[in-house]
Design a protein around this ligand. Structure first.
Ligand SMILES: Cc1cc2nc3c(=O)[nH]c(=O)nc-3n(C[C@H](O)[C@H](O)[C@H](O)COP(=O)(O)OP(=O)(O)OC[C@H]3O[C@@H](n4cnc5c(N)ncnc54)[C@H](O)[C@@H]3O)c2cc1C
Length: 487
């Protein structure tokens, strides 16, 4: 069997713009009867979590290898490039309190900028009507009730849940006294007299599968953390220009950071190497790759999302709470379509450029980058994206363009497709972020991150305090420290 070892050439290989890995970098593993190489730690997954765990462990002298299922490092940090346009298809905003991400940028010589592009004002497109935000309260497309009528559809979730957050300190969300809030966001709203029309609109904006499945605790945890970073005006959106807290973006694209981190590792980063099984004894762990290769180490950091861990066989099996957390994990699907704007369609109809809609495309942000007239990004979350994932992406794209034109005829002929990406269709990621379904915080949130013998867990899905990229870094640090205490 032929193996490619990425050692000396790895740095140049990884830092090449848009580098794609043609060969799996599996080294010194054995198939069948050969003697597998002994490592201190095998890290599964080359997202931020896996790469950060590998760095912390290497910095303490441990021998580490990273195995990655896909043909690239970075996981949910993924940047597309077209002439004059850099498209972030995954994580991009570096929050003001992302100490670990910011440190890593300094350590690995990756730049940060405040310039992430500017978004533009929205027009609402509800029940086939174009409604200016100032006219929403009196619009006949607005079926919400009483004081709700004043709240713009994309602010309903923020506005309502912000006032209901039951804990001040985001670290408190695991405490048993808050378990009574661990019910679906829809049930939570209903119990507080929110109209069905408002619940339906809140569902469109949710970054989770659906308000009917996601626990209110998932929303509270996010909002409590946002409050700490200074988001204290729920009359503004969390995203885009509405969020005034200082955010940064990675120069050259978000995936520059994981590429730099991978290039700086001493050990191997093995691409196209999906792990299929983890067998452990009291002394060591054997990791089996889908190709049949086996590797051994004293410990494993499992930094794959639970949506992918569910396809890995563990012997002995995971404890019940953790197995339930893996099998029951729900992820928010996200699909994005990026278009270059060929002509300023908003000048033709005199409406604000961006659109927030109850049609399939949900959100269409016009940004000031990507050409003379900027770009348009369609961003679908949750069940809305899942509904379309049965179609292949080109079919989805054609459908979305038709939907945009039906909502707003001036977009016809005004958009040139650039990129599209569905996170749910990536079987090794499965979605944008982990959410708890109703009842799951109570059922297993405390146990899901515990080590299973010699296997330690890391990744965004195990977040305690921090969100997004920072949570990947934080949980990796915890897993690495747990191992260092035992090594
Ligand atoms: C559209 C989108 C927008 C986002 N926006 C932001 C934002 O603005 N700010 C922010 O902070 N965060 C944002 N995030 C979230 C952020 O990107 C993630 O939280 C973070 O990158 C997750 O890192 P991770 O290492 O935990 O997981 P991942 O990045 O998913 O890495 C896991 C890795 O494990 C690999 N893997 C899976 N199964 C196996 C297997 N069997 N064998 C080997 N390898 C395997 C996967 O291929 C993957 O590379 C966004 C995410 C998305 C998708």
């Amino acid at each position: 069997m032929s193996h490619t070892i990425l050692t000396g050439s790895r740095r140049a290989f990884l830092s090449g713009a848009g580098a794609m890995f043609a060969t799996s970098a599996v080294a010194k593993t054995a198939k069948g009867g050969g003697q597998p190489e002994k490592l201190d730690v095998i890290v599964v997954g080359a997202g931020l979590a896996g790469l950060n765990a590998a760095h912390v462990l290497e910095s303490q002298g441990l021998k580490v290898a990273v195995v990655e299922a896909n043909d690239r490092v970075g996981g949910r940090l993924r940047t597309g490039h077209a002439e004059g346009y850099t498209a972030e298809l995954g994580g991009s905003e570096v929050g003001p309190l992302y100490g670990r991400v910011r440190n890593a940028c300094t350590q690995f010589n990756v730049g940060l900028t405040e310039d992430g592009g500017k978004s533009t004002p929205f027009v609402l497109n509800i029940e086939g009507q174009m409604v200016l935000p100032k006219d929403w309260a009196s619009s006949n497309a607005n079926h919400t009730m009483g004081a709700e009528r004043e709240i713009l559809p994309f602010l309903i979730q923020n506005r309502l849940f912000f006032d209901w957050v039951p804990f001040e300190d985001p670290a408190d969300w695991l405490e048993a006294k808050y378990h009574e809030h661990d019910m679906s966001a829809a049930a939570y709203m209903r119990a507080r007299g929110v109209s069905e029309a408002a619940i339906r609109l809140a569902d469109i904006d949710l970054n989770g599968p659906s308000v009917h499945s996601v626990s209110a605790m998932s929303i509270f945890r996010d909002l409590a953390r946002l409050k700490v970073e200074g988001f204290n005006d729920p009359t503004k959106p969390q995203y885009g220009a509405g969020n005034t807290s200082k955010r940064h973006y990675i120069v050259g694209g978000s995936d520059m950071l994981p590429k730099a981190m991978a290039a700086a590792l001493k050990g191997r980063v093995m691409l196209k190497s999906p792990v299929s099984a983890i067998d452990q004894t009291a002394d060591e762990v054997e990791v089996r790759l889908m190709g049949g290769e086996r590797m051994r180490a004293r410990f494993v950091v499992m930094a794959a999302p639970f949506s992918a861990v569910r396809y890995i066989n563990f012997t002995p099996g995971l404890p019940t709470a953790q197995a339930n957390a893996v099998q029951g994990a729900i992820y928010s699907a996200t699909t994005q379509f990026h278009f270059r704007v060929l002509k300023p369609f908003w000048e033709a109809d005199g409406l604000p450029p961006s659109i927030w809609s109850d049609r399939f495309f949900e959100r269409a942000f016009v940004m000031d980058k990507g050409g003379a007239h900027g770009s348009l990004i369609v961003w679908m979350n949750g069940d809305g994206a899942t509904r379309l994932d049965a179609m292949d992406l080109p079919t989805q794209r054609a459908f979305i363009m038709a939907e945009l034109a039906a909502a707003r005829p001036s977009t016809a002929g005004a958009l040139e497709p650039l990129f599209e990406y569905s996170w749910e269709k990536n079987p090794f990621v499965g979605g944008n972020k982990h959410c708890f379904a109703a009842g799951q915080v109570k059922m297993f949130a405390k146990e899901m991150a515990l080590p299973h013998g010699r296997v330690h867990f890391a990744g965004e899905h195990l977040r305690r305090m921090e969100p997004g990229m920072e949570s990947a870094m934080e949980t990796a640090e915890i897993a690495a420290l747990e191992i260092l205490e035992r090594a």
